[in-house]
Design a binder for this molecule. Structure first.
Ligand SMILES: *[C@@H]1O[C@H](CO)[C@@H](O)[C@H](O)[C@H]1NC(C)=O
Length: 228
């Protein structure tokens, strides 16, 4: 039986976040959502005694302080570009406040953060497919998104050996259900075997994160995930 965790979740009211919360609660973990709009959590989920919600904005230092003291052993962020649409780099700014608090408290031992391939890992190699995809992402999403993604990813990578962190980079996400499962490729951009795919089901993503939380195969690394 896998260990039960207390997970602090950022981005928990987005599509990915709600799926992650559903799967984590199903697996028996305790969850604290840090959310600006708790009413986005479905009533049935909010009624789960293992779910706690701290209401707060990404720019709210007091709220982030409360989040850092919630007792979670694991921090997961699935906060993504859609949040960045509000302009500026709110996620990056929030993590700049949150990480020192988590390190100072010492209860949190594991950090897992969603990013995209617009952040290059040192192991990546040139890929026309990905060059085009990244240009499209940024043009479609626009604005401060690129700066935001690289900003919060760099903050995470900068944790170095202070904590066991993993950045999981995702391609285009599909599906809004946990689904039947399926394998996930874990690769670098430019993978010679073509395992650097452009699509990933959210259900597979969520299960991968829950598994990697304990397996710790990718500590200190930024793998790219895709449907196998
Ligand atoms: C650290 O976290 C614990 C919960 O694990 C909490 O009780 C405590 O108040 C926190 N300490 C500080 C200084 O925030």
């Amino acid at each position: 039986m896998a260990a039960k965790h207390h997970i602090l979740l950022l981005g928990g009211t987005g599509i990915c976040g709600l799926l992650f919360a559903q799967a984590a609660l199903h697996d028996g973990h305790t969850l604290t959502l840090y959310a600006r709009t708790p009413s986005k959590v479905p009533a049935a989920m909010a009624a789960n005694p293992n779910l706690h919600i701290i209401k707060g904005d990404l720019g709210d230092a007091e709220g982030l302080k409360a989040a850092a003291a919630c007792g979670a052993d694991t921090f997961v962020s699935v906060a993504g570009p859609t949040l960045g649409k509000r302009g500026g780099t709110p996620i990056t700014n929030a993590l700049k406040i949150l990480y020192p608090l988590l390190l100072a408290n010492g209860t949190t031992k594991r950090v897992m953060v969603l990013s995209t391939a617009s952040y290059s890992a040192p192991q990546d190699t040139a890929s026309l497919k990905w060059f085009v995809a990244i240009q499209c992402y940024i043009k479609v999403i626009g604005g401060d998104t690129y700066e935001e993604i690289s900003g919060f990813t760099k903050e995470t990578v900068a944790l170095g050996s202070a904590i066991e962190w993993t950045v999981f980079r995702v391609p285009l996400l599909k599906g809004e259900e946990l689904g039947a499962g399926g394998e996930v490729n874990t690769a670098w951009v430019g993978d010679k075997r073509g395992k650097d795919g452009l699509h990933l089901d959210r259900g597979r993503l969520v299960r991968w994160v829950l598994k990697e939380m304990d397996e710790k195969k990718w500590v200190g690394l930024c793998p790219l995930l895709s449907n196998a």
